[in-house]
Design a protein around this ligand. Structure first.
Ligand SMILES: Nc1nc2c(ncn2[C@@H]2O[C@H](COP(=O)(O)OP(=O)(O)O)[C@@H](O)[C@H]2O)c(=O)[nH]1
Ligand SMILES: [Mg+2]
Length: 219
C-alpha cells in the first residue's frame, strides 16, 4: 500500500486536534499534517507535539491551507479532513481503498446532525449552485482522498471549497461517493460566516467562467 498523508486544516481547534489525531493513529498508519493559520488558541503549539508535521501560516484561508498541505505531503495518497471530529476517522481506510479503482473518493454527507435550519438552507443552496459544475452529490465536502499525482496544478480557490475546485479543474468524473453521517462539531466554533458565503459566490462565479471557457457545463 502506498503511503498516506492526512491533511488537517485548523483554525482554533485546540479542543479537538489531539483527540482526532489519537483516533486516526488507532486506525491507520499515516503521515499527519496540520496546517494552522496562526490560531490564537494555541492549536499550532499543540499540533507540533501530536502531528507528524505542523505548518504555521501567517494568513487565513481554508482552501489555500489545504493546497499548502499538498506541498508538504510525502505520501502518494492524500486524505483531507476537518479537525472538529465531524469527519469519522473510521472512514479513512474506505476512502483510501476506493482509490484502487477510482480517481477520487468523496466522503459524502447523506445526513447531518445538529445543524440549524439556516446552515441547512445555506448548504442546500450552495450545492444547487454547484450542480451545473459537477454531478457529485456532495461537492462541498471537506472529506476526500485523491492520489497526489491526480491533483491539478492550476488550483486557484477562493474561500472554503477545495474539493469543488479540484472536481472542476481536474474534470474527474470517476469518483467513489462514500456515505457518512455528519455530526456537527461538539467543541469549538464553526468558522463559516457571512464573508465565507460571499467568497463562495465569487468562487463559484469564477468556476462557471472557467467551465464556460471550456464549454463543458452540465446543463
Ligand atoms: N488553516 C485554516 N483552517 C481553517 C480555516 N477556516 C476553517 N478552518 C478549518 O477547516 C475545517 C472546517 O471548518 P469548520 O469551521 O468546522 O467548518 P464547518 O464544519 O463547515 O462549519 C476545520 O478543521 C477548521 O478548523 C482557515 O482560515 N485556515
Ligand atoms: Mg466543522
Amino acid at each position: 500500500m502506498n503511503k498516506v498523508s492526512i491533511i488537517i486544516p485548523t483554525y482554533n481547534e485546540v479542543e479537538n486536534i489531539e483527540k482526532l489525531i489519537r483516533k486516526i493513529r488507532k486506525i491507520i498508519d499515516a503521515e499527519i499534517i496540520v496546517i494552522d493559520d496562526s490560531s490564537p488558541d494555541g492549536t499550532y503549539e499543540l499540533a507540533k507535539q501530536v502531528a507528524d508535521k505542523a505548518i504555521l501560516r501567517r494568513k487565513r484561508g481554508l482552501a489555500t491551507a489545504v493546497i499548502e498541505g499538498f506541498e508538504h505531503a510525502s505520501g502518494k495518497i492524500i486524505v483531507v479532513m476537518d479537525a472538529d471530529l465531524s469527519h469519522p476517522p473510521e472512514l479513512i481506510p474506505k476512502l483510501v481503498n476506493a482509490l484502487l479503482v477510482h480517481k477520487l473518493a468523496i466522503g459524502t454527507r447523506t445526513q447531518t446532525r445538529n445543524w440549524g435550519w439556516s446552515r441547512k438552507i445555506t448548504s442546500h443552496i450552495a450545492t444547487l449552485l454547484a450542480r451545473p459544475l459537477t454531478n457529485a452529490k456532495d461537492p462541498m465536502s471537506g472529506f476526500f482522498a485523491i492520489k497526489k499525482s491526480d491533483i491539478p496544478k492550476n488550483l486557484a480557490p477562493l474561500g472554503y471549497k477545495i474539493l469543488l475546485e479540484i472536481l472542476v479543474k481536474s474534470g474527474i468524473k470517476d469518483y467513489a461517493q462514500i456515505a457518512f453521517v455528519f455530526y456537527n462539531r461538539q467543541r469549538g466554533k464553526s468558522k463559516i460566516g457571512f464573508r465565507t458565503n460571499i467568497n463562495y459566490l465569487k468562487h463559484i462565479k469564477r468556476l462557471y467562467f472557467y467551465k464556460i471557457r471550456k464549454n463543458i457545463l452540465n446543463f
